[in-house]
Write a protein that binds this ligand. Structure first.
Ligand code: ADP
Ligand code: ZN
Length: 617
């Protein structure tokens, strides 16, 4: 859910401004107040008043004489003259000699006037503003920490969502079953940390929710808090850095000290990539961000595994995160929150449809199919748009055509931003992905994938293939590498075999295949020509793994030719495999096209069953 952002000016600045105003006031207004009561007169007037015995109090200073009239109503000032008999004359005139006439104009009052009242006023105003901000932030449910008005110096405005206020539970998050399953363990831990402590198990300190925007990451984090019945602290990564220099680190410190007091609890950091970007040692590094990140790392290292604070963080750019953040002991668990599939979309539509008045005969399945590639937030938007349309047409509830229309509205609006596939594209992507999997399966005779989906990713990939995890597989034989290259070319090969044309969809495959082929030649000594000679060395393994060539230009030429040859051979092999198994390719691709998802088991079942596509037609 999107929260209203905290105001850009924190209270700290507000107090600083107030203090400055008070100080300035004292510099200029204070003296003016005091001066106004003193009347400047010439020495003659003073002598005249002395003669007429009209002097009340008098104070002879080093360069001036301050005096009052008999009733002490008015204070006068005059210059000092070389007047020998002055003191005697004043004494005769009955004047009182006093040391502090000016201050007598009620020191307490002037202190009150110039200091306490302005400060008091500002404090009142501050409290008023603050209560306004609080109301705005979470419907009055947020709690601020730090009771005293000055308690907020350098403190963050991290909010605690009292569980009842949001009340989001897992059941409110439709679809995303895998993510929920993953997070269930965290919920159980928060319910009963003791159970885990007893056996000596420690929870992951940080869980990274990774996925495209609007897929319900924030919702899931809140749901974990809701399910576990614990407080929920939330802050957005950009808030840490964008506001004031030097505040980020102290905000982190503060957030965690609050969290520790309230443990067990959830700390949620949205957009963590804003602080956790790779520190790549470029010239334009952002010190502020780096300090904030360092503080976050320190905090995470600082608390022991079992203190009941679980940090959830969300990002849609996991690849840009600093490796320091993702290493064990920090955000070492990663929960993918993907765009919903067909069933997920239908479920999300149903959840949101409950919030509006809608006809009973709506075909949610159809709507879900039409909205391929839409995120949860977009689906919520589609439902709302439908309700708006119904109102515009003067109807009391939304119906099927409202929903269908609003898909167009929402999708047309999103088309640039999000890839929503046309029917033809979807078919091409199906063939492409099945091509990869089929080539892999035919070469190894085992299930090559755990799952294939053709739901577009924001990463740019139009489909996605989850490879089978090869456990503890550190060595790769030459044959395996060649097979892998063939598999990588399988996507493009399928497009060629089926459609006789090629698309841009294979750019990533091409990159990977080239890199592999090149590495075989230059680094792994897998060709006869170059034997075991390193033609290339890896310069920085941890930052991108760049390589630099260490051979003559002529050899480079040969290497390039060799790379092309190697990839071409495997590409031909892939095409041949697919042509030989064209019937299965068609059958599998059609299945994927219909279902949008295919598991490794389903894939192997279809592959191993007798060919039936011809029989069916
Ligand atoms: P993220 O944090 O991933 O960007 P949010 O959690 O802020 O996404 O989701 C934005 C909105 O989209 C939610 O308030 C909700 O209305 C809707 N939404 C997203 N995913 C789901 C889902 N799986 N089930 C129900 N609603 C969802
Ligand atoms: Zn591909």
């Amino acid at each position: 859910m999107n929260q209203i952002k905290t105001p850009k000016i924190p209270l700290m600045t507000y107090y600083l401004i107030a203090l400055a105003v008070v100080l300035l006031g004292n510099l200029f207004i204070g003296p003016m107040l005091a001066e106004r009561q003193i009347k400047e007169v010439d020495y003659g007037t003073f002598m005249g008043m002395t003669q007429k015995k009209e002097i009340g109090q008098v104070e002879v200073k080093s360069n001036q004489i301050i005096f009052t009239d008999k009733d002490h109503n008015q204070i006068y000032r005059t210059g000092l003259m070389n007047d020998a008999g002055l003191v005697d004359r004043l004494y005769d005139a009955g004047a009182e000699f006093s040391g502090e006439i000016v201050q007598q104009a009620s020191p307490l009052l002037s202190f009150l006037l110039s200091w306490l009242i302005p400060i008091g006023l500002f404090l009142l105003l501050g409290r008023y503003l603050r209560s306004k901000i609080m109301d705005k932030e979470s419907g009055g449910n947020a709690m601020f920490f730090g009771g005293s008005p000055f308690g907020n110096f350098g403190k963050s405005s991290a909010k605690v969502y009292v569980k009842s206020s949001d009340g989001i539970r897992f059941q409110d998050v439709a679809g995303e079953d895998e993510a929920k399953e993953n997070l269930q363990e965290i919920v159980e831990y928060l319910h009963d940390p003791q159970k885990y402590q007893e056996i000596g198990a420690s929870m992951p300190k940080g869980v990274l929710l990774v996925g495209p925007p609007g897929t319900g990451k924030t919702m899931l984090a809140k749901a974990v808090a809701g399910e576990a019945n614990v407080p929920f602290f939330s802050m957005s990564g950009s808030e840490f850095v964008e506001m004031f220099v030097g505040m980020g680190a102290s905000k982190v410190r503060d957030l965690f000290s609050q969290a520790k007091e309230k443990a067990p609890c959830i700390v949620f950091i949205d957009e963590i990539d804003a602080i956790g970007k790779k520190r790549d040692g470029q010239l334009s590094t952002n010190d502020e961000r780096e300090q904030t990140l360092n503080q976050l790392l320190t905090e995470m290292d600082g608390f022991e595994g079992n203190n009941g604070v679980v940090i959830l963080a969300a990002t849609n750019r996991p690849e840009s995160l600093d490796p320091a953040l993702t290493r064990p002991g920090r955000f070492d668990r990663r929960v993918p929150v993907e765009l919903p599939d067909l069933q997920g979309r239908e479920a999300i539509l149903r959840v949101h449809a409950k919030k509006i008045k809608i006809a009973d005969n709506v075909d949610y399945g159809k709507i879900a199919r039409m909205a391929a590639g839409a995120s949860g937030a977009e689906l919520a938007n589609i439902v709302n748009e439908a309700a708006l349309r119904a109102v515009r047409d003067g109807r009391r509830f939304a119906n099927q055509s409202d929903l269908e229309e609003s898909i167009e509205v929402v999708i047309a609006g999103y088309q640039k931003k999000n890839a929503i596939l046309t029917t033809k594209e979807k078919l091409i992507v199906s063939y492409h992905e099945i091509g990869h999997a089929l080539v892999a399966a035919k070469q190894t005779n085992s299930a090559p994938v755990t799952k294939i989906t053709i739901i577009p990713r924001t990463s740019g990939a139009l489909g996605y293939t989850m490879q089978v995890d090869e456990d503890n597989h550190y060595l790769m034989t030459k044959e395996e590498m060649l097979n892998k290259i063939a598999t990588l070319t399988g996507g493009r090969a399928a497009e060629e075999v089926e459609f006789g044309s090629v698309t841009t969809g294979a750019s990533n495959d091409i990159e990977q295949a080239t890199r592999l082929a090149r590495a075989m030649i230059t680094r792994y000594g897998m060709t006869d020509e170059f034997d075991m000679v390193a033609m290339e060395t890896v310069t920085n393994q941890y930052l991108g793994g760049d390589t630099s060539l260490s051979c003559s230009a002529q050899t480079q030429n040969e290497i390039d030719k060799k790379v092309v040859e190697l990839v071409r051979t495997q590409h031909e092999k892939a095409k041949q495999i697919l042509s030989e198994n064209k019937a299965k390719l068609d059958e599998l691709a059609k299945y994927l096209y219909e279902k949008e998802n295919i598991t490794g088991e389903e894939f192997m079942d279809i592959l191993n069953s007798p060919v039936k596509s011809e029989a069916a037609e």
